[in-house]
Design a protein around this ligand. Structure first.
Ligand SMILES: [Zn+2]
Length: 241
């Protein structure tokens, strides 16, 4: 059972995915159960970022009804590999800082991946990495790493406390996709003490950390954004009629 706060956040997130669907040429369906697994790995791995690999779930093709509801006006069906399937089980591949997380150690690569690969090993179709206490906006290193991706790259930004050595960082330009859009972050100029007092708690991590916010984006190696819908175990987006 996925925690109820995460299901509520997924419904709010999907609401935005609906409102913004015409701005994306394609979408992916990510089971929220996987997000919950990844969150627990992410907190257990702090202060590192983690890298997750996924393959398409071949047994769960996306049906036409979902394409009609979730695709935008400029939808195209040939953008990336695995586009016709729900995203499959997550695999924890690596941990490290914002640069090293993308570089899977050679001995791992030899053990886990086929010979033909990029810096992260080209075995998996889709990738996700975490940004602990940082917005989900790709860095230059992220954009470089994505050049080897056949599917999509996702970034999960996690705002939490206690913060550890790195307080929440949001001084980056780009499109933000919070899971709790009604609690939109205040603009720069507010005193940081004030944000501390005002920020809500979405849920609690397995490690006891308070989770104040989540952000999730997906993008194609060409730099174009890909819409994300959070789905149940049957591949149905939460909150979609
Ligand atoms: Zn990154």
């Amino acid at each position: 059972m996925v925690a109820s706060w995460l299901v509520e956040a997924a419904m709010a997130y999907n609401q935005t995915s609906m409102e913004k669907r015409d701005g994306y040429p394609a979408f992916v369906l990510l089971p929220v159960r996987h997000l919950e697994t990844i969150l627990s790995w992410a907190f257990e791995s702090l202060p590192d970022e983690i890298l997750i690999g996924f393959d398409p779930l071949q047994s769960m093709p996306i049906d036409n009804k979902i394409f009609d509801l979730c695709g935008g006006v400029d939808y195209r069906d040939d953008l990336f590999a695995g586009q016709a399937f729900v995203i499959g089980e997550p695999h924890l591949v690596n941990r490290g800082d914002s640069f090293s997380v993308h570089h899977v150690p050679e001995e791992w690569v030899d053990e886990l991946f086929a010979a033909d690969r990029g810096s992260r090993g080209a075995r998996f179709t889709h990738w996700m990495h975490t940004h602990p206490n940082c917005v989900a906006i790709p860095s230059a290193a992220d954009a470089d790493a994505a050049q080897h991706t056949a599917g999509v790259d996702m970034i999960l930004g996690i705002e939490f406390s206690p913060e550890g050595p790195l307080p929440w960082f949001e001084d980056a330009e780009g499109v933000r996709r919070p899971l709790n859009p009604e609690q939109r972050i205040e603009k720069k100029g507010w005193g940081s003490w004030r944000r501390q007092r005002r920020r809500p708690t979405l849920g609690r991590a397995s490690t006891g950390h308070n989770i104040h916010g989540l952000e999730l984006i997906a993008f194609h190696r060409t730099g174009v954004g890909v819409n994300v819908w959070l789905v149940d175990d049957d591949g149905q987006p939460f909150g979609l009629e």
